[in-house]
Design a protein around this ligand. Structure first.
Ligand SMILES: C[S@@+](CC[C@H](N)C(=O)[O-])C[C@H]1O[C@@H](n2cnc3c(N)ncnc32)[C@H](O)[C@@H]1O
Ligand code: SF4
Length: 369
């Protein structure tokens, strides 16, 4: 009875975007209800793991807001309450009615996948939403009294230039979101997308560091807090004002336990991590028969947990408490990185400097024993 963070995977999407590597299922409107039944059955099987009071619930996808309204409403009503309840949404799916449904069902935060505000780049990504759909969705959510809205942007898109990125950042900021996630485009080798844009993806990869610096400079210049490598939030005001960091994602970066429900969902509880198999039919059939879905289980020994904790913790702008993590660190490498101005530590904490955070994973890899 200790897990305070719950992830729920809703895999359905209207179509598949070329660059996407998430566990998704196109269409299948007739199966949304049965899938929600399966999610609720899995919740019952695992309920004993959950604490009485949850801190966060996160509905991710796929496109949670593409799920039939009745099924989505039924799911939200049945899930445990939490301080923060986030739903990922695609702009073209948000109507005033759906925004109201989400609000009334206890959702506190919406993460809206804008990706870009350029029609040309949205076409490259095979997105359904146009820039005006993003704006319409954003205002519909504000009208429904959502005071915590995040926008996702992607950069390094084939055909993108630094000035395109400037325009995307300006357009996103003009909406006055509370939170922004800015991801570099990851294109998986061997996919149709990589085949189509191969040379251009290589050119974009070379520009990625400059784009990253541009994103950080523009968003911190606009007053946003760069609290995680790819995540920015409106700063909380005076003491006691809201903190707009994603509490759910912070739980992952801080190495907390979480339970994941749904096909392809991952859970980390105690010394074990498990991943439900990705197939829809197998997932639904197992739970309809009262059984847990097929899973891969990975034991997590102390070494793996300590290394993960360092890798994830150093993505944040807060110093990482070192208690219990000493064995994972290479003290000589740390001294070298401190001399280079990339890391700083005191007796009980470790953090990357701003320059260290730009270099990110490379610096962290050196720090690990
Ligand atoms: C789980 S996805 C899906 C959210 C929603 N269905 C959408 O497409 O807007 C969450 C976010 O991950 C990011 N993302 C997805 N695929 C990516 C990729 N290949 N490279 C970088 N970011 C990606 C996008 O910004 C997306 O909004
Ligand atoms: S809508 Fe989102 S989850 Fe669905 S295919 Fe596109 S990027 Fe992937």
């Amino acid at each position: 009875m200790s897990v305070r963070h719950l992830y729920v995977h809703l895999p359905f999407c209207a179509s598949r975007c070329g660059y996407c590597d998430f566990v998704t299922v196109v269409g299948r409107r007739g199966e949304h209800d049965r899938y929600v039944d399966a999610l609720l059955a899995e919740l019952e099987l695992e309920r004993a793991l959950l604490a009485h009071d949850l801190e966060t619930v996160f509905l991710g996808g796929g496109t949670p807001t593409f799920t039939n309204g009745d099924a989505l409403g039924r799911l939200l009503e049945a899930l445990p309450r939490a301080d923060e309840v986030t739903v990922e949404a695609n702009p073209e799916t948000i109507t005033p009615e759906l925004a109201a449904l989400l609000r009334h069902a206890g959702v506190t935060r919406v993460s809206l996948g804008a990706q870009s505000f350029s029609p040309r780049l949205l076409e490259v990504l095979e997105r359904r939403a146009q820039p005006d759909d993003v704006r319409r969705a954003f205002y519909a959510l504000r009208d429904a009294k959502f005071d915590n809205i995040s926008l996702d942007l992607i950069y390094g898109i084939p055909g993108q230039s630094p000035s395109d990125l400037t325009r995307d950042l300006d357009a996103a900021l003009a909406l006055e979101p509370d939170h922004l996630s800015c991801y570099e485009l990851e294109a998986k080798p061997g996919t149709r997308f990589t085949h189509t844009f191969g040379d251009e993806l290589a050119r974009q990869a070379e520009a990625m560091e400059d784009y990253f610096e541009q994103v950080v400079a523009r968003l911190t210049g606009a007053g946003f807090r760069w609290y995680e490598t790819a995540n920015f939030c409106r700063p909380g005001g005076p003491a006691g004002a809201p903190d707009f960091r994603s509490r759910h994602n912070l739980a992952y970066w801080q190495g907390r336990e979480y339970l994941g429900l749904g096909m392809g969902a991952v859970s980390t509880v105690g010394p074990r991590r498990w991943r439900n198999a990705p197939g829809l039919a197998r997932y639904v059939a197992a739970l309809a028969a009262g059984q847990r879905p097929p899973r891969e289980v990975e034991p997590l020994d102390g070494d793996v947990r300590r290394r993960e904790r360092v890798m994830l913790g150093l993505r944040l702008d807060e110093p990482l408490p070192l208690a219990g993590l000493e064995q994972a660190l290479d003290r000589q490498a740390l001294a070298r990185l401190e001399r280079l101005g990339l890391a700083r530590s005191d007796a009980s904490t470790l953090a990357l400097t701003e320059r260290g955070r730009f270099l990110g994973g490379g610096v962290t890899a050196e720090l690990l024993a």
